[in-house]
Design a binder for this molecule. Structure first.
Ligand code: C5P
Ligand code: MG
Length: 193
């Protein structure tokens, strides 16, 4: 299997790059943010709970997110592997992900690909996206800044977790979408070679 973690702050282009990666490597994208939004739209109990955090730009508690992820991973999927987009967001989530992938598939995370983008560009991108995304958390600059704050407080350290396993590559996330994809492919192909 190929199991990729797409890592980086909000607005760094994880979802955009996932689209190219799923096609090239026959992977299923698992975006925990998208799964939350699906639940919010359908007004499930999980959606109601998640919304109270997401609309403020805060992280949903680990166990809630992990349970949702496991449910999604257990669904049959005729693919080569998975792209984890927006998960793990905390070190405990990263530790659990290793266990889950081992227990369900007897596999490991192949590599974590990190997209590097400076904060002011992130704010600009997310404000722009907010004009059409319909997302409450894209609609207000102070919520956007809170998401970036949460990233530095709880998520950035996840890089250390994967670096310690020698499973981490950082790519400049500013530039032409296709050129960024090519750099990601090169990192993946290096591991697969
Ligand atoms: O990944 P995405 O930016 O779509 O996530 C949107 C929101 O969903 C995050 O700002 C956060 O509130 C919530 N989320 C979370 N834990 C995750 C993924 C998303 O709390 N692992
Ligand atoms: Mg996304």
């Amino acid at each position: 299997m190929i199991n990729l973690v797409l890592f980086g702050p909000p607005g760094s282009g994880k979802g955009t790059q996932a689209q190219n990666l799923i096609a090239k490597y026959n992977l299923k994208q698992i975006s925990t943010g998208d799964l939350f939004r699906y639940n919010i739209k359908n007004e499930t109990e999980l959606g109601k709970l998640a919304k109270s955090y997401i609309d403020k730009g805060e992280l949903v508690p680990d166990q809630v997110t992990i349970d949702m992820l496991v449910d999604e991973l257990k669904k049959p999927a005729d693919v080569q592997g998975f792209i984890f987009d927006g998960f793990p967001r905390t070190t405990p989530q990263a530790e659990v992900l290793d266990t889950i992938v081992k227990d369900l598939f007897n596999e490991e995370i192949t590599i974590t690909l990190s997209l590097k983008v400076e904060d002011e560009v992130l704010v600009e991108r997310l404000c722009e996206r907010g004009k059409t995304s319909g997302r409450v958390d894209d609609s207000d600059e102070s919520i956007i800044r809170n998401r970036i704050k949460e990233y530095y407080a709880k998520t950035a350290e996840v890089a250390t977790y994967y670096q310690a396993q020698d499973k981490f590559a950082e790519i400049n996330g500013v530039g032409d979408i296709q050129e960024i994809s090519e750099k990601l492919y090169a990192e993946i192909d290096k591991v697969l070679a």
